[in-house]
Design a protein around this ligand. Structure first.
Ligand SMILES: [Ca+2]
Ligand SMILES: [Ca+2]
Length: 342
């Protein structure tokens, strides 16, 4: 059958959409969050990195920080933060100010798994008019927001020990709030949110005197727009998707000048383009059944970034090969004068 060229390109565009979703973090980043805390830091970290390009890094706080390195809540090989529920450790995360809920559309999205039936904050804004925007109520574990002077119930109970996806979406143009629980719109209404420029606490009430989260929180994303229902559903579908990029490592990670190291990778079969920075370029030809490697001989300490792309998104991972460069030593020529050689 002859298909007009214009239709062929349309078919090419449509085909990837029918394919399975990209991994969770790739789907979130595709929607341009203003901040995205993957909480994949290891024990001892004080900074919760913002994985968006916006640099809104947050901090771990408390007499005991949340426990890092616990199993994440998606299929990505990525960890999460465990909160103890303790009133003495007051484990929490504090973001910088990200937006004023009275002045913009917004979306607050998080994965969580609670151990308890007490009232627990997932996300609470700081400041005098900061509100408990995303919490589990002690009333039947109902997932709720306190916004615009009243409770906005999702009508859905968090199940203890079950992983839930929650997203509170506010559309400033219509004043409409919508709760999505596990990818489905469960409740909506209209509201005029309080005006506050405070940062956002994760895992505690802003007064630090209650609503201690007890359980795991992961992949917390903030957006200054209303993420549409179709994208929320894609995010939830992506929770089950394996990572595009299983590993990217260098060995040895530290070499003497003149020696070489091997970069090795393990990628998903659906990756259609694979490249390494530092002018190395396409490395798909060096990849068999998702596994590949390449020898490199950097003359100075060099960071290599592997980018794995599918029709629905790109994942990247970096490794640094440290080069022990010879100590710069002034050399003398036969006249005993220093020359410019390093
Ligand atoms: Ca994570
Ligand atoms: Ca616990």
């Amino acid at each position: 059958m002859k298909v007009p060229n214009s239709c062929q390109s349309l078919l090419l565009l449509l085909a990837p959409i029918a394919a399975s979703a990209a991994p969770y973090s790739v789907e979130v980043l595709a929607d341009n969050p203003v901040a995205f805390y993957r909480l994949s830091e290891t024990s001892g970290a004080t900074v919760a990195l913002d994985s968006s390009p916006n640099g809104n890094h947050a901090t771990f706080v408390g007499t005991a920080f949340p426990t890092l390195g616990v199993t994440g809540l998606t299929e990505e090989a990525d960890t999460a933060a465990e909160f103890s529920g303790s009133s003495t450790s007051k484990s929490r995360i504090l973001t910088p100010p990200l937006f004023n809920p009275a002045l913009t559309s917004f979306t607050i999205e998080a994965l969580f798994k609670t151990d308890a039936t007490s009232q627990q904050a997932v996300v609470q804004q700081d400041g005098g008019k900061g509100r408990t925007l995303f919490f589990i109520s002690s009333s039947n574990n109902d997932i709720r927001s306190f916004l615009g002077g009243a409770t906005r119930s999702s009508g859905t109970s968090a199940v203890v020990e079950k992983v839930h996806h929650g997203a509170l979406v506010y559309d400033d143009s219509t004043n409409k709030w919508t709760w999505y629980i596990d990818g489905v719109a469960t409740a909506s209404g209209t509201v005029n949110p309080e005006s506050s420029n405070g940062g956002f606490f994760i895992g505690i009430h802003k007064n630090l005197n209650g609503n201690y989260f007890d359980g795991t929180i992961d992949e917390v994303a903030f957006y200054t727009h209303a993420v549409p229902a179709s994208r929320i559903a894609e995010h939830v579908a992506a929770m089950e998707t394996s990572p595009l990029l299983n590993s990217f490592t260098g060995a040895p990670v530290s070499i003497a000048s003149g020696d070489s190291a091997t970069l090795s990778w393990d990628i998903a079969p659906e990756v259609t383009a694979l490249s390494i920075s530092q002018d190395i370029g396409d490395v798909l030809p060096f990849t068999t059944n998702g596994i590949g490697n390449l020898r490199v001989s950097p003359v100075v300490t060099t960071a290599y970034t592997l980018s794995a792309t599918t029709p629905s998104g790109t994942a990247t991972e970096s490794v640094t090969i440290y080069v022990d460069e010879p100590a710069a030593r002034p050399q003398r020529n036969r006249d005993g004068q220093r020359n410019g050689h390093r």
